[in-house]
Design a protein around this ligand. Sequence first.
Ligand SMILES: Cc1ncc(C[n+]2csc(CCOP(=O)(O)OP(=O)(O)O)c2C)c(N)n1
Ligand SMILES: [Mg+2]
Length: 551
Amino acid sequence: MNNADLIVAILRAAGIQRGFGVPSGNVLPLMEAMREGGIDFVLTAHEGSAGFAADVTARMTGVPGLCIATLGPGATNLATGVGCAYLDRSPLIAITCTLNEAQLGRRMQMWIDHETLFKPITKASFRLRRGEIAATLEKALRIAISEPPGPVHLDLPEDVALAAAQESVPRESIAGADAPGAARSGQSDRSDNGIDRAATLLRNAKRPVAVIGANAMRLPQPGSLRALVERHGIPFATTTMAKGLIDETHPLSIGCIERARRQLQRGFIREHADLIIGLGYDTVEVEYEAWIGDVPLLHVDVERADVDSSVRIVHEVVGPLAQSIPALAGLDPIPNAWTRQAGDDGVHIAEVDAHRSAFQRSLRPAGDRFSPHEAIDVVRRVLPHEGVLAFDVGAHTHQIASQWTAYGPRTFLITNGWSSMGFGLPAAIAAKLARPDLPVVCIVGDGCFQMTCGELAVAKRERLAIPFVVLDDGWLSLIKVKQERRSLPYYGTALPAETRQPPAHYFGVPVMTGENAADLEHALVSALAMDGPNVIQIGVDPAHYSETVYD
Ligand SMILES: Cc1ncc(C[n+]2csc(CCOP(=O)(O)OP(=O)(O)O)c2C)c(N)n1
Ligand SMILES: [Mg+2]
């Protein structure tokens, strides 16, 4: 057994089943150990995608993701995906396979200092050394899964990978199969005292509103969030990434904040709420001060809130959410002054019902031509409730976040902390590999598609039945809208028609095209029933983004 075999055996014991990456000669010892040791190596078109795919694998399975690259340019490419796991908080092991130990630090082809490169985008970076492999891997896995989770980088010199292992596989492996959030917490638990004060604040509030954020995605029992809002009759909103933690058809659901038609959501909160309860609210998605106005804040999270001086924090309950959320849900019901009415599906609040309808209507302006909002509604209609949507970054993200109904946790895959174009395709691929039993659809803008369409070849090779819906609007629409807002001319944001002519296939992946809801629905239904990927390139008129996005 060489050290590469030992690494693979430890990662395998931690529950890791596949790694994504692009090889080089230096990577071959590790790849060969993966082939022998039962961790699939999934070749991606670009290492950035390998990082995104590893991040999403962790989100879907709770086990750390694995991505692999060569040195220098492989490492810099990989960094784009690793940064995603850092800001979006996914446990991940990123391995760069580098030169022989004695060559490190010299002026040699492709070599740069990986530790410095990865320092700002990982929780830790370690060089793997002979005789210290098992201990370093164990430390890396523990750091990656401890709250808040994130990526750890390991640098593996080729001669170290090939050297005979001096250690054996530890008998006690890191429990990589822990559910997300079951990860050990390095946080001090200050929640006990905090709950009493939180209860008092709730008792004194007339119209509390809960806002659920990305840190709550790692709750091992997300049902405790629903229990909490139902117990006390508190309407709730979510950030983009937290959508689906409570079924959004719930009568208390206000919807997603800080995306399309965000002023309506801000208006509702500032007009009605007299207490915001941030539940697992990670300000990396959007800072509180962007929307909270002068409404007092009760912040319940794994860490203290990062706010500017305008935010009126009245109390913070800091500690594991797996304790604080059930503790709040377990309090005797606390009445408030929202106007309640019994409905068939639970207690309704008149103000919330009226607002939700108006908000959803406002996201769908009428127009002559097929629009992004109509296309998104078709995808939602066709995709079963348990199906997974992976999508990308652009004006379409804002529109999807606000108008999409998410029915459950882990069905809505996006990066909002890192917010990188290029997330959508590898996210869909990783989700389908992790959960082949679930239908998975990917929506991407034409700009994101041009950035990462090479990943279609991965879906083809792996025979993944994913419809990739390209919203072909001819623009980097999000940036175009920002040019409008700043009264700038359009410049450098158009994707001219001649560059978007659909071919018969991309890398062997068939292309369907369409211009209306019927075309899209037909294409989607047939694509979901196939045994491989399809591209559905759908022409849409982005005009309504000027109204709905960045309002
Ligand atoms: C890696 C990266 N580069 C640039 C950006 C800035 N950016 C955000 S959205 C966007 C345009 C995306 O265009 P498209 O995929 O066509 O989506 P649309 O806005 O048209 O819906 C750009 C350039 C980013 N978020 N990430
Ligand atoms: Mg576009």
